[in-house]
Design a protein around this ligand. Structure first.
Ligand code: URA
Length: 242
């Protein structure tokens, strides 16, 4: 995906990377200046209680020209420290998945439905997702990606409110002028190794979507993950872990 070298970049968060930021991540702090007003608003956001305990807001990373956008759940501890999304173990697996389709983090845009870390890495609450909803909307408008891949059930629910991730992962849908494809959250594959291959198979569908080719309708069902909860656990309980 060609970048536009004529664009001017500034550092994000706007004060720059913290001193402990690994050198390899420093390029991810470069932000197109079109993002600056939005990132400044997010950095000062008081709209929900998560603002009280954050170290840094985590608006997103990647070029404004990205054709592929990922929307995850919420920052964890490492993301809160560094102000960048997906820089912990889930992020390492996301990098591996991207490498599998010849992409790098510098070519894609990555964000979350919630821009501040929930305490103890709990699930984001409905009101928190709502409070951040307009930020995500503005990011989609600014980037105008060809493809949005949701990571996990919280971002999936924005486009597929009645969807169940174990049924619809890897199945793209044309929504407005782009494709949206729900994926498992990388953390689910770290907890349940059988999902790793499922995620690689789902990611392998992305290049065709970027080219604008609809996926064949009769895609054979991907292998289903083995339950990570006890066999007697209700489906909802197993899904919660995804
Ligand atoms: N999990 C997410 O959903 N987002 C992050 O940024 C990190 C982990």
């Amino acid at each position: 995906m060609p970048g536009n070298s004529a664009r001017s970049a500034v550092l994000m968060p706007l004060s720059g990377p913290p001193p402990n930021a690994p050198a390899a991540l420093r390029p991810l702090y470069e932000v197109d200046d079109t993002f600056v007003p939005l990132y400044e608003t997010i950095a000062d956001c008081p709209n929900c209680p998560l603002a009280r305990n954050r170290s840094r807001t985590v608006p997103g990373s990647g070029p404004i020209t990205a054709e592929l956008m990922f929307v995850g759940e919420a920052p964890g501890q490492r993301e809160d420290e560094l102000g960048l999304p997906f820089v912990g173990r889930s992020g390492q697996f996301l990098d591996e998945l991207l490498a599998g389709i010849d992409l790098t983090r510098r070519e894609v845009y990555v964000t979350n439905v919630v821009k501040c870390r929930p305490p103890d890495n709990r699930d984001p609450e409905f009101a928190e997702i709502e409070a951040c909803g307009d930020y995500l909307e503005q990011q989609i408008e600014l980037i105008n990606p060809r493809v949005i891949a949701t990571l996990g059930r919280f971002s999936m629910a924005r486009w597929f409110p009645d969807g169940r991730i174990s049924r619809i992962h890897g199945q793209s849908k044309r929504i407005d002028e782009r494709y949206v494809i729900p994926m498992y959250h990388p953390a689910a594959a770290l907890r349940n190794g059988s999902l790793r291959d499922v995620m690689h198979a789902d990611f392998a569908k992305i290049p065709a979507l970027l080219r604008g080719d609809p996926l064949p309708q009769a895609t054979p069902p991907a292998p289903q993950p083995q339950a990570v909860a006890p066999p007697s656990a209700p489906v909802e309980q197993t899904e919660r872990l995804l």
